[in-house]
Design a protein around this ligand. Sequence first.
Ligand SMILES: Nc1ncnc2c1ncn2[C@@H]1O[C@H](COP(=O)(O)OP(=O)(O)OP(=O)(O)O)[C@@H](O)[C@H]1O
Length: 341
Amino acid sequence: MTVIATESLSKRFPRVTALDRLTLDIGPGVTGLVGANGAGKSTMIKILLGLSPATEGTAAVLGLDVATSGGEIRERVGYMPEHDCLPPDVSATEFVVHMARMSGLPPAAARERTADTLRHVGLYEERYRPIGGYSTGMKQRVKLAQALVHDPQLVFLDEPTNGLDPVGRDEMLDLIRRVHTDFGISVLVTSHLLGELERTCDHVVVIDGGKLLRSSSTTDFTQSTTTLAIEVTDSDEHPDGTAALRAALHTRGVTTHDDGGGLPGAGHIFLLDAADETAYDLVRDTVADLGLGLVRMEQRRHHIAEVFRSQDEQRPEQVSERAAARAATAATAEQTGGDKR
Ligand SMILES: Nc1ncnc2c1ncn2[C@@H]1O[C@H](COP(=O)(O)OP(=O)(O)OP(=O)(O)O)[C@@H](O)[C@H]1O
């Protein structure tokens, strides 16, 4: 089943091509639309909502043509805009009830749905306080609630983690995942951070400068590697268990590497290439011979940003330097919990 389909979709402004012949076929579930600032994410959402006409090409949302059925699409789709657009003097309840009424719900149903939705996004206790006194995270939740209150089939969430600290981002990403798992609502969520989408999304679409770089399931992006990450305990006999194990493996002909991948506890973790299962047995036996405890032996998965770095190395003519630099910037920003502004 297709939820969003575009065919050679383009949007040209006088000075810039915001979308350049984008062809996509997106199914149900949680889909991430990722790209740096100015990549064309918000423009795409506005076209899909039927709010802004495409210059060329076609697009359909839930089987409805965006050029002719904008009203019907907006009845069935929720939209969380990127920028702060909330009235400061009213409470979350008043605002969300108002938005529910605008969507056509009768007064009693609007109040009931508002209470349910605010509970779902974790704002139930605060629902009668004026929005002006809310934190950024609470405001993002109000924006999410108003997008969900009319029980849409699909929601567009434009940069919902913007301005949030790492804990707030994790909570928002969990909430987004639950929008799909608890209510069966499909989600299109945009982000400029490649890495945060791999935990949340079933499918990821990457655009750069309005062009499609890749559209794949998240598991295709993050296939397992043949690299093993190993972590062991220290012992009285081997106060640096990691060094002892690496030396022992070295004498048995196995080359190990430092972990450069930012796994938790990096420094105590090292990597080795495991071409086949004998490597697992060798590590297990060597750890046992040394009398150490094995904390972790796991196959590493690719991170999405790494995929772009390696694509750039392999196919420089197809993936622009600018795209790789942006991917790297996004990955760095994410590691430091940074925000784009
Ligand atoms: N109404 C407009 N008139 C002219 N140019 C526009 C207009 N809207 C967007 N653009 C340009 O189109 C390009 C894509 O913008 P868009 O807002 O879709 O990017 P984005 O990926 O959502 O980035 P951001 O997260 O910064 O909003 C940018 O170069 C932007 O300056």
